[in-house]
Every structure is written in structure tokens, then in C-alpha cells.
Write a new protein. Structure first.
Length: 262
């Protein structure tokens, strides 16, 4: 069994990854610690020797790469877990075992765990050759045309894998977003509405207001208004506002969507 340390400044992201590892790899991975910053991770490493770090990149103050440079003796594997794909080559240079994009997909996580388990103790941070390392780092970056199919969302005692087709809309909730499903369930996602918008940029979701991101498959009707941008009626009987600024973009996208789905 390999011992894992999760390093991420977002509590929900840490909790989600821990629950995924516990649920799907109970006999392979033991989560021995979680850290919310580079500093707290270094403190953990003083008295503990994990086999793998699941490491976020963009963190306040000191990012994941800075943290790795600060660790004098590295006898552990590193799996970067990030919402951004532009750091892949830097991850390769940092001898990463793997590179996973958020939201964490089970298949990607399974590949990463297998890679870490295949490394020999004491040699986890070493590379075999240039081509194999590039393949390891870049393998889990989704192709631009690939649409997200499932979203992993942590709850109090489990991880929910939500089918994207069942998501009706997202609503901004401070630095997070509320997700509303066809079954009436409401869940909090550990991402801002802007991050959700970016995540679904290649799917049939569209931002219609500073507070709303909707699934076009669940639009029943657009209601005009004398002032403002009007509103949208959704399949879950919810009515959400369309901003005047985004109305034209929304109507054009709805027109194109109707043609695409004929």
C-alpha cells in the first residue's frame, strides 16, 4: 500500500480526492495527510515519509513547483492535480509521475495510482527516458474536442459522480457554485461559476447572467421582457434571468443549438 499526502489550498478539492482514493483504492492507497499550503506540507514531511504527493499547482503564496524546489530530499512520486493544462511540460521537467486535470476523473486517477505503484521504492522521482516521461505527463490531458461526461462532487460521506446530461444549471455562490440536477438535488461544487463555465466551454452550457450557467438541453422557453434581458424557463420548472448584455449571445447560441440538434 502506498502512502499519500494531498496538498491543495481548496478544502473541497482535498476532501473530494481523499474520498475518491478511499472509495476506489482502499487496498492500494492510504491517505496519511492533507495540507492546505506548501508550508504545512513541508512541516508534514519533516516527520513523515509519504510515497506520493497529490499536488495542486496554483496555490496562494507558493505554488506547487516552488514547493518541490524547496524540498531538499525527494524520495516520493508526484502527481499534479490541477484545473489547468498549460503546466504539463513544466510538470514533466519536475519529474512528475502523472498530471490529472480537475474535476478528477476516476479513470485518470486509476492510471495515476497504477503508475505510482509501478515505480520502485527509492526511485519514485527519477525518469526513465524523455519520451516515456512526456507520455506519462500528457496522457491524461483531455483533447480539446472531448466533452466532459461526468462531474465528481463530494458530499458529507461519499463522492457523487454526476452525469453532465442531468445537470440543469449552475448558480454562483460566492467563490463556489450551486449545481441543480434533474432529480431536484442541489449540490455545492468547489469551483467558481467562471471555472465551471471554462470547464464546460466545449459542452452545451452557456453563461446567461453573472449568476447563471445553464444547460441548453434543459431550456423549455425564452420569455421576452420589456426591460432587461428576459428570462429562461428550464425543464425543472425554474425560471432564471438573462442579462441584457448576454441576451444576444444567448439567443444566437440557442438558434445554432436548435439547428445542431434537429
Amino acid at each position: 500500500m502506498i502512502k499519500a499526502l494531498i496538498i491543495d489550498d481548496e478544502e473541497l478539492s482535498r476532501r473530494l480526492l481523499k474520498q475518491l482514493l478511499i472509495k476506489f483504492f482502499p487496498h492500494d492507497v492510504e491517505v496519511v495527510g492533507m495540507a492546505d499550503s506548501a508550508e504545512s506540507a513541508r512541516e508534514f514531511l519533516v516527520e513523515n515519509q509519504p510515497d506520493v504527493l497529490f499536488l495542486d499547482i496554483e496555490m496562494p503564496g507558493e505554488d506547487g513547483f516552488d514547493f518541490l524546489r524547496s524540498v531538499e530530499h525527494r524520495d516520493f512520486a508526484v502527481v499534479f492535480v490541477t484545473a489547468y493544462d498549460q503546466y504539463a511540460l513544466r510538470a514533466f521537467k519536475a519529474s512528475a509521475a502523472d498530471y490529472i486535470l480537475k474535476p478528477v476523473d476516476f479513470d485518470d486517477l486509476q492510471v495515476a495510482v497504477k503508475k505510482v505503484m509501478s515505480l520502485q521504492p527509492g526511485k519514485r522521482a527519477q525518469t526513465e527516458n524523455y519520451q516515456s516521461r512526456i507520455s506519462a505527463v500528457l496522457e491524461n490531458i483531455k483533447a480539446p474536442e472531448q466533452k466532459l461526461r461526468k462531474l465528481a462532487v463530494p458530499s458529507r460521506d461519499k463522492v457523487l459522480l454526476v452525469d453532465v446530461t442531468n445537470i440543469v444549471y449552475f448558480k454562483a455562490d460566492d467563490n463556489y457554485a450551486k449545481m441543480y440536477q434533474t432529480n431536484g438535488e442541489e449540490l455545492t461544487v468547489s469551483k467558481s461559476l467562471k471555472e465551471c463555465e471554462d470547464l464546460f466551454s466545449d459542452s452545451d452550457f452557456i453563461r446567461i447572467h453573472k449568476s447563471y450557467l445553464i444547460n441548453l438541453h434543459h431550456v423549455k422557453a425564452y420569455v421576452r421582457a420589456d426591460t432587461g434581458g428576459g428570462s429562461v424557463e428550464l425543464t425543472n420548472s425554474t425560471s432564471v434571468e438573462v442579462s441584457r448584455r448576454l441576451r444576444a449571445t444567448f439567443l444566437k447560441r440557442m438558434h445554432d443549438f436548435a439547428i445542431e440538434t434537429k
